[in-house]
Design a protein around this ligand. Structure first.
Ligand code: IPE
Ligand code: IPE
Ligand code: MG
Length: 238
């Protein structure tokens, strides 16, 4: 018998919280000579598949960027189409209930259509007791807007300035009570945050890829998680 012990295969660590920027729907459609709306429909379907997969592998938190505070700049027809797809998704609220996925929405929902606001609330209520994946859907979400919203609430609550800590701000964000994202994935070939989780991402690891969102499959997520397992997170220590 060899005197050398076989090196123990180290167990893969799943990040606690993965955040994804679901980008590239428009380019996916363009490549196929389809209207951008077809890209958003394909992106929405892919989102459901990836959320289900994350739940299956036991991920605790997934936050996806669906619509930013800057996306209102797009032509009205495209914005209306994205909202229509979002509404169709919400109408199927049992998606969350049956699958034990707890859904929450982050972002400023006050300016959305009343129907959509009601459906969002119903989805959150229907999945409140789920114990599987915590799924955050960022809709009309902007990191800077979120911080402004938090500051207003802090001022409103009358907290004295010298009592404000980093934790105070964390506690007033849409993500209050949830862990920061460990790992942020952006497909589509862009290397930027686009106003996503800017407070929460202070120590996140990043993963970029040219894959367009509708083509981003569980095997790509697995590859990203493997890469995450080779990162050395120091948080300012040594
Ligand atoms: C992401 O895909 C969806 C939203 C921003 C709502 P895009 O629509 O940004 O796709 P590209 O970047 O134009 O390819
Ligand atoms: C980020 O994608 C927002 C979402 C995926 C919802 P964008 O397509 O809006 O980002 P930019 O404009 O390329 O930075
Ligand atoms: Mg884009």
């Amino acid at each position: 018998m060899s005197i050398f012990k076989k090196k123990a295969k180290t167990e893969r660590v799943l990040p606690t919280h993965i955040a994804i920027i679901m980008d590239g729907n428009g380019r996916w459609a363009k490549k196929r000579s389809l209207p951008r709306t077809a890209g958003h429909a394909a992106g929405s379907k892919n989102f459901k598949d990836i959320a289900r997969y994350c739940n299956k592998i036991g991920l605790k938190y997934l936050t996806v960027y669906a619509f930013s505070t800057e996306n209102w700049k797009r032509p009205k027809e495209e914005v209306d189409n994205i909202m229509k797809i979002f509404k169709e998704y919400l109408e199927d609220a049992k998606n969350f209930k049956d699958e034990n996925i707890k859904v929450r929405f982050i972002g400023d929902r006050s300016v959305l259509d009343a129907d959509i606001i009601r459906l969002m609330q119903e989805s959150e209520d229907a999945s409140r007791d789920a114990t599987g994946l915590n799924l955050n859907i960022a809709i009309n979400y902007g990191g800077r807007d979120e911080i402004v919203h938090a500051v207003k609430n802090i001022v409103d609550s009358g907290i004295a300035p010298n009592e404000i800590t980093e934790q105070t701000i964390t506690d007033h964000l849409y993500t209050a009570g949830q862990p920061d994202p460990d790992f942020i994935i952006r497909p589509s070939g862009e290397y930027r945050l686009s106003n996503y989780l800017i407070w929460q991402s202070a120590y996140s690891e990043y993963w970029f890829s040219d894959i367009l969102w509708p083509d981003f499959k569980p095997k790509d997520l697995e590859k990203a998680i493997d890469d995450y397992n080779h990162r050395n997170r120091r948080f300012g220590g040594i």
